[in-house]
Design a protein. Sequence first.
Length: 342
Amino acid sequence: MRVGVLTGGGDCPGLNAVIRALVRKGVQEYGHEFVGFRDGWRGPLEGHTKQLDIPAVRGILPRGGTILGSSRTNPLKMEDGVRKVKENLAKHEVDALVAIGGEDTLGVAATLADQYGVPCVGVPKTIDNDLSATDYTFGFDTAVNIATEAIDRLHTTAESHMRVLVIEVMGRHAGWIALHAGLAGGANVILIPEQRFDIDEVCGWVESRFKVRYAPIIVVAEGAMPKDGELVTKDGTLDSFGHVRLSGIGDWLAKEIEKRTGKEARTTVLGHIQRGGTPSAFDRWLATRFGLHAIDAVQDGDFGKMVALRGTDIVRVALGEATAKLKTVDPALYAEAGVFFG
Ligand code: F6P
């Protein structure tokens, strides 16, 4: 078989580990040939390919990013997009396509498989860990480790100056990184998109922390929002999903805390550092297993499926199911962290 591979959406540590596992097992055990498509769905759309064989995947296991490149191109939103994708897949004699991506990339794969008969297998990825069909996505553990290390470092500088330090982490719709890194790093307040926060309550936690002579660390997910409706409409912007969000929630929080408590506050926006660099051992392990199981699905002709982690097993689920629902933080889970606030 000739197998096409693409990586779409925001990059994420572990993508190369998936590509390596697909190619190693595909060539060694099944005798498949591979063709890499460049830059997500733009590759099949415009016919841009990259050689993908055993030498091409040598040494890439610990490398962050993706050797295939990525983009957020969506052929379903383009005139004649599906026709062009199908034409280019036929031109490159592709019998099966493995799409590695998040909600958007896998959504395209689901539609192409279910409505247009394109033989697709999906592999989930996102540092945000917000895909409901899988217990974990690779990239998440690396991002949590990076954010935890940053919080550890912020504790010492916060205490030296007795300042409030706010750290803004990624997570537009789900607060998984904020919750896990916040707990691991001993944050004094964790704010997530799933639950609007009360700025007076946050200031109360800040003040109670200073009373015991410690400087507070606040971890805020980029999609977190205050309760106050006016603030939202005044400073809110629409993101690419059409959701209202405050841009620069970390900066907004620091300013508001300074104004309301008189305490000095600073913000660190961690940004794309969370997505860059070498994957953690867990993410390499998970990404490798996803790659091995995805090529098994191709070999079985089990298309329209995505590999997923359930407990310690890798299972296959319908691609449509994978993108149907966002996995958000359960209120009870978030409440557990509350004992450490203030
Ligand atoms: O979806 C993953 C993610 O890392 C989000 O948490 C973040 O909001 C977004 O990507 C940033 O994407 P971009 O690279 O387009 O700025």
